[in-house]
Design a protein around this ligand. Structure first.
Ligand code: 3EB
Length: 424
């Protein structure tokens, strides 16, 4: 990995390039067992998007190599989405041919007003092989398991004739092609991120009064109808409802983009367990008034590999049952959201889903992303997250949550290990 970005120092970054190590990864006797690495950088200095980007990329590279690891995915948050093409060219140059990780371009401004760009990265250290297939697909292999991360094309198509439904379908078809390029398929998806411009607006290309997010849900329902997600990997009775964990969030412009994480393995002992939240109605059972075709996602997806669990937590908001709580109060919405996440990944819920011993708390989180609707709420949201989550990497970006009354949404990745298991 090249470090020429160091020529544009961005010292004193917000969250810094903190590598959160999954302390319990692998057998304690096996120092080479793969470890997940996470970083978030919201640069303060550097006068241009390019300078900030180069500095942040170098910081992440340094932090990951200090852990003996490599980057596996990158998410770029833009203040000026018009920079995407330039940023893509610069990233290709910085990483070098065949070394650029799957990158997602998210047209959401970093909350830190000094940041022209913010980066979130995942990485892996230890006995794992990282294959950089293209700037849109990374495959990580270890222990007979392949993780496939997809990203976005920086090229902006001439979408303007497409309606929200068609563009959502196009995003899913593109993802299907990307997965197929490495031998993976849609039913292996365990996590989706849907980014949608104007998510709560009426769909200009659709019937009058049709909200764009509802059209995304209609498209997703149609595309997912015949997909048997993670078949054979989900314990319990056959025929239960299984959808990936997900985020559905607004961004600037009118594009629709999808990133996914998929799991490819012949191993039958690697489990994928969709989690629901005891404090919430399942999203796929939401009432019709919310969206005629319900949002097809699970509250989280726990992947269990030996005595380790990695839990992908969907975008989570201040909803209990199916009602928004704390109207107009971003601080209390943040607290409620953290309560929801704590309940979701707690021992009682994991045991209730057939995974006793794999519960954890907010301390189990390795990475969090915070979407804030109004910039004025950022200080309060950040203060609460830092107080409750400590120094883990967190990107804060401006995004419309897909319900008008929600002011904040949090997603993340948690790690836990079953105690008492051999090597735990
Ligand atoms: C909610 O709990 C908030 O449409 O994929 C969160 C996560 C939300 C994912 C999606 C929507 C989605 O209903 C909204």
């Amino acid at each position: 990995m090249q470090h020429q970005g160091a020529a544009h120092p961005v010292a004193d970054t917000n969250a810094g390039a903190e590598a959160n190590v999954n302390a319990k990864a692998g057998d304690s006797a096996d120092v080479n067992a793969p470890r997940h690495l996470y970083a978030a950088v919201s640069p303060h200095l550097g006068g241009t998007c390019q300078a900030q980007l180069a500095g942040a990329v170098a910081q992440i590279a340094d932090a990951f190599s200090a852990q003996g690891g490599k980057i596996t995915s990158l998410a770029v948050f833009f203040r000026d989405p018009g920079q995407a093409r330039q940023v893509d060219l610069l990233l290709r140059e910085l990483y070098g041919a065949g070394k650029m990780p799957a990158t997602s371009y998210i047209d959401q401004a970093p909350c830190d007003e000094r940041s022209l760009v913010a980066l979130e990265a995942t990485g892996v250290a230890g006995d794992a092989t990282v294959e950089y297939h293209s700037p849109q697909v990374t495959v990580v292999r270890y222990d007979g398991v392949a993780w496939v991360q997809t990203g976005h094309s920086a090229a902006r198509g001439h979408w303007h004739t497409g309606n929200a439904y068609d563009r959502s379908v196009q995003a899913m078809r593109q993802t299907k092609r990307l997965l197929a390029s490495v031998g993976a398929s849609m039913d292996q998806i365990l996590r989706t991120w849907f980014y949608m411009g104007g998510i709560v607006a009426d769909d200009a290309g659709g019937a009058p009064g049709t909200q764009r997010y509802k059209e995304l849900n209609r498209a997703r329902t149609d595309c997912f109808r015949h997909i048997d997600f993670l078949a054979g990997r989900v314990p319990g009775p056959a025929g239960r409802t299984v959808y990936p964990a997900s985020t559905g969030i607004g961004m600037a412009g009118d594009d629709v983009r999808l990133s996914v994480l998929a799991l490819m393995t012949d191993r039958s002992d690697v489990l994928a367990v969709p989690l629901e939240n005891p404090r919430q109605v399942a999203a796929f059972d939401y009432g019709q008034h919310y969206s005629p075709q319900s949002p097809k996602f699970s509250r989280a997806m726990a992947v269990v590999h030996g005595d380790q669990a990695t839990t992908y937590i969907s975008g989570t908001a201040s909803i209990t049952a199916s009602e928004t709580q704390h109207l107009g109060d971003a601080a209390r919405q943040t607290e409620e959201t953290l309560e929801n996440i704590a309940a979701l990944i707690g021992e009682e819920n994991l045991a209730g889903h057939g995974l006793p011993g794999f519960g954890t708390g907010l301390r189990g989180l390795g990475l969090v992303r915070a979407y804030v609707k109004h910039l004025e709420d950022y200080p309060a949201v950040r203060a609460i997250c830092e107080q409750r989550l400590g120094g883990i990497p967190i990107v804060y970006a401006i995004g419309d949550v897909c319900r008008e009354d929600l002011l904040v949404e949090l997603e993340g990745i948690a790690h836990s290990a079953r105690p008492g298991a051999p090597g735990a």
